[in-house]
Design a protein around this ligand. Structure first.
Ligand code: SF4
Length: 305
């Protein structure tokens, strides 16, 4: 660790204590951010952690919709996003207004929104889900006449294929996961015939079809601990490799594509985390009317777990 990093970390820790702040980091964050976080996890695990914390301040090292989700769950806490440009391109592929128009086309549809959406979109949805619980959530909607799934067409089509029912899919996608190509998996399988392949459901169907397991990032962490395989090909954003290697020193983790980097996730740095704690910016707060409606969709998800 560089001397400057050590100094930054010391300052962050001092301020964190003084302000009773918790640092939550997504599995795609830079290694140094994961290392200083109190908790590292996937979207579902981070929302569960936010719901339980006694801290007064949540420093959210992730993207904007994640900080909004924390604000929806914990309206009395100060939620900080160290860089306001850390947004999710997929979440920006749908707006509340466009969803409202779509709902008019399908008035009987139950709307399931992926957690990668703005609070305003969640407020117009019936239930939220993450990549960890999407299949379970949609399974519970057996009585729904139609399901409109937004905004990730690939997660939606993966869930639909798992439960064997059709859904109306919004044409959104993750601009990072689509960089992982079937050829990448085929080449790496040939080079590492003993390796297991795990990929995220945001990947294209041609990629998920080639995997041994399709898992959320939290699921990948558990898979890595439990599998007897010594080599694992990881089809998701490359930031997770840091944690996998740290927690499983005897195993080898190979990124399915070195191109799978989410530039927005990488905007959070030690400097911006320190700045955020010093200035108490940027505070993410969802307006109360939107929050209450969005909370109903998030609560339904948290009930299922
Ligand atoms: S990896 Fe994809 S879904 Fe996740 S924040 Fe980046 S663009 Fe959004």
């Amino acid at each position: 660790m560089e001397n400057t990093d050590a100094k930054l970390i010391e300052k962050i820790k001092t301020l964190q204590q003084r302000k009773n702040a918790i640092i939550l980091a997504h599995n795609y964050q830079l290694g140094e951010i994961q290392d200083i976080a109190d908790f590292v996890g996937d979207s579902l695990e981070l929302s569960q952690k936010a719901a339980k914390t006694d801290a007064d301040v949540i420093v959210f090292c992730g993207v904007h919709f994640m900080a909004e989700t924390a604000s929806i769950i914990c309206p009395d806490k100060v939620v900080l996003l160290p860089d306001l440009h850390a947004g999710c391109p997929m979440a920006d592929m749908i707006t509340a207004q466009r969803l409202q128009e779509k709902k008019k086309e399908y008035p009987k549809a139950t709307v399931v929104c992926y957690v990668n959406t703005t609070a305003a979109v969640k407020a117009k949805s019936d239930v939220c889900c993450t990549s960890a619980n999407g299949v379970r959530i949609v399974e519970k909607l057996a009585d729904a006449e139609q399901i409109l799934f937004v905004p990730d067409q690939y997660l939606g089509s993966y869930i639909a294929s798992k439960i064997g029912r059709e859904m109306i899919l919004w044409p959104g996608f993750c601009s990072t996961h689509i960089r992982i190509q079937p050829q990448d998996i085929l080449r790496l399988r040939a080079e590492h015939p003993q390796a297991k392949v795990v990929v995220h459901p945001e990947c294209r169907p041609e990629v998920t079809a080639l995997a041994d397991a399709v898992l959320s990032t939290g699921g990948m962490i558990r898979f890595a601990h439990e599998t007897e395989a010594e080599e694992i090909i990881i089809g998701t954003e490359v930031g997770i490799i840091h944690r996998l290697r740290k927690e499983n020193p005897g195993k080898r983790f190979i990124p399915a594509s070195e191109q799978a980097i989410c530039p927005r996730m990488k905007l959070i740095t030690l400097d911006t985390v320190l700045w955020s704690l010093e200035t108490m910016a940027h505070q993410v707060k969802v307006p109360e009317r939107t929050r209450l409606k969005a909370k109903a969709a998030v609560d339904k998800m948290l009930e299922v777990g």
